[in-house]
Write a protein that binds this ligand. Structure first.
Ligand SMILES: NC(=O)c1ccc[n+]([C@@H]2O[C@H](COP(=O)([O-])OP(=O)(O)OC[C@H]3O[C@@H](n4cnc5c(N)ncnc54)[C@H](O)[C@@H]3O)[C@@H](O)[C@H]2O)c1
Length: 356
C-alpha cells in the first residue's frame, strides 16, 4: 500500500496514553482518527496525538471503509463485541484492548464475524509484547529450570472507578477484577506454561468500589501438571508506598531453578546448581541474577508495531490473535463458574448466551 493507513481509534479514554505513542512513532505509515463521545476527553486526546488530530463523536461514525482501513478498539468491555462485530461487517481488521470480551459467547461472535468478513482479529494483550515478561518465557523454554512445578502470579493495584463508570457495573465490566485484569496473568500463564486443565476460585466484593469483585484468587492445575496460584487485589496501595510490594509479580519454580518478574525491578533467575547463561546477559550478584532484557520496543508499542506490519501485508510477530485470547476469557469465566457452583471447573467450558 503506497498511501498511509487510516486507523480509527474507537474510544479516547485512559488507555489511549499507552496506544498513542505506538501510532505517533509510525506517523510515516499511518494517520489516526479518534472516536470519543465525551468532549471532556478531547484536550487529552490532542495532547497525546497532536493538536490537529481529527476527533468524531460516536464510534459508529468511523465504521466505514471510505473513512478508515482498520480499527483499534479502546472502549469499555461491554462495547468490545458490538464494536468489533460492526467493524468486521464493515470489512475492517480489528485490534481490541484486553480483555477481548466479557465472556466466551461474545468472543465466539467476534471470531465468527471477523472470519466471515475475512478480516483479522488481534487482541492487545500487551504483556506478551513486553521484553521483561518475554524474558521469563525464554528462561522457561530454555529448559534450564527443569520440570516446572509451580506458578505464582499476582496483580496488585488500587483501583477506584469514578462514580457511574462502566468499571463499577458488573454487567459492563464482565464480572469484576478477575475478568478485567487478572486476565493479564491468565493470558501470560497460558503463554508461559501452556493451557489450563481445571480451576477453582473465590472472590471478594467491596461494594464501595464496584459491583463485581475487587479481590480474587484462582487456583489452577495446568495441563503440564504444574500447579498455579493467581491473585488480584484492587484494594491495595502497597506498591505505591516506599519499600512497598510489587504491582505485578510472576514467579515460576522448577526442579532445577526458579525465576521471577517483578514490576519496577525486572526479571531474575536462579539455577540451583551453578549459574547458566541463556540468550540474555545476566548482571548482578547474589543468588538471583538479573536478566538484561535491553531497551528495545516493548509492550503496547511493540504490539501496535506488529499489528501495523500485518495490516501492511508485512511479516509480523503477532502472538495474540482472537482465537487464542478467547481461551484467556474462558479461564476467567471458568473461575466465575467455579465460585458460583462451589466446585472445581474443568476446561473446556461451553458458552452461555448473554443478554445485555
Ligand atoms: N493493557 C492495560 O494495562 C490496560 C489498562 C487500562 C485499560 N485497559 C483496557 O482499555 C480499554 C478501555 O479502558 P479505559 O481505562 O481507557 O476506559 P475509559 O473509560 O477511560 O475509556 C473508554 C472511553 O470510551 C468512550 N466511549 C464509550 N462509548 C463510546 C462510544 N459509543 N463512542 C465513542 N466513544 C465511546 C468513553 O467516553 C471513554 O472515554 C478496556 O478494555 C480496558 O480493560 C487496558
Amino acid at each position: 500500500m503506497n498511501r498511509k493507513l487510516r486507523i480509527g481509534i474507537l474510544g479516547g479514554g485512559g488507555i489511549l496514553v499507552a496506544h498513542a505513542p505506538g501510532f505517533n512513532r509510525l506517523q510515516d505509515q499511518c494517520e489516526v482518527i479518534v472516536a470519543e463521545r465525551d468532549a471532556s476527553r478531547y484536550d487529552q486526546i490532542r495532547k497525546l496525538l497532536g493538536p490537529d488530530v481529527k476527533i468524531v463523536g460516536d464510534y459508529a461514525e468511523l465504521l466505514n471503509k471510505e473513512i478508515v482501513d482498520a480499527v483499534d478498539i479502546l472502549l469499555p468491555h461491554h462495547l468490545h463485541a458490538p464494536a468489533a462485530i460492526a467493524a468486521a461487517q464493515a470489512g475492517l481488521p480489528v485490534l481490541v484492548e484486553k480483555v477481548m470480551a466479557r465472556n466466551i459467547y461474545e468472543c465466539d461472535q467476534m471470531i465468527e464475524a471477523c472470519s466471515k468478513a475475512g478480516v483479522s482479529l488481534t487482541v492487545c494483550h500487551d504483556r506478551r509484547y513486553d521484553n521483561d515478561w518475554m524474558a521469563l518465557k525464554h528462561i522457561v523454554e530454555s529448559g534450564e529450570l527443569g520440570d516446572i512445578l509451580f506458578w505464582k502470579l499476582e496483580h496488585n493495584q488500587n483501583v477506584i472507578f469514578p462514580e457511574k463508570s462502566w468499571g463499577r457495573s458488573k454487567e459492563q465490566i464482565g464480572g469484576g477484577a478477575i475478568m478485567s485484569c487478572l486476565t493479564h496473568q491468565i493470558d501470560s500463564l497460558r503463554w508461559y506454561g501452556g493451557e489450563f486443565e481445571s480451576v477453582t476460585s473465590m472472590s471478594k466484593v467491596d461494594a464501595s468500589r464496584m459491583e463485581g469483585e475487587s479481590i480474587g484468587a484462582v487456583i489452577a492445575r495446568m495441563k503440564s501438571g504444574a500447579l498455579a496460584l493467581l491473585s488480584i487485589n484492587w484494594n491495595t496501595q502497597s506498591h505505591q508506598a516506599p519499600n512497598g510490594l510489587w504491582y505485578e509479580f510472576n514467579h515460576v519454580t522448577g526442579t532445577k531453578g526458579e525465576a521471577y518478574f517483578m514490576s519496577g525491578k525486572g526479571t531474575f533467575v536462579k539455577i540451583y546448581e551453578g549459574q547458566k547463561v541463556f540468550e540474555y546477559d545476566m548482571k548482578g550478584e547474589g543468588a538471583f541474577v538479573k536478566v538484561d532484557t535491553g531497551d528495545g520496543l516493548t509492550g503496547h508499542q511493540k504490539c501496535i508495531e506488529e499489528w501495523v506490519k500485518s495490516l501492511r501485508g508485512e511479516k509480523a510477530d503477532i502472538v495474540t490473535m482472537g482465537a487464542d485470547s478467547r481461551k484467556t476469557v474462558e479461564v476467567a469465566e471458568a473461575a466465575y463458574r467455579s465460585e458460583a457452583t462451589g466446585s472445581v471447573v474443568r476446561l473446556p467450558i461451553h458458552p452461555i448466551p448473554w443478554k445485555s
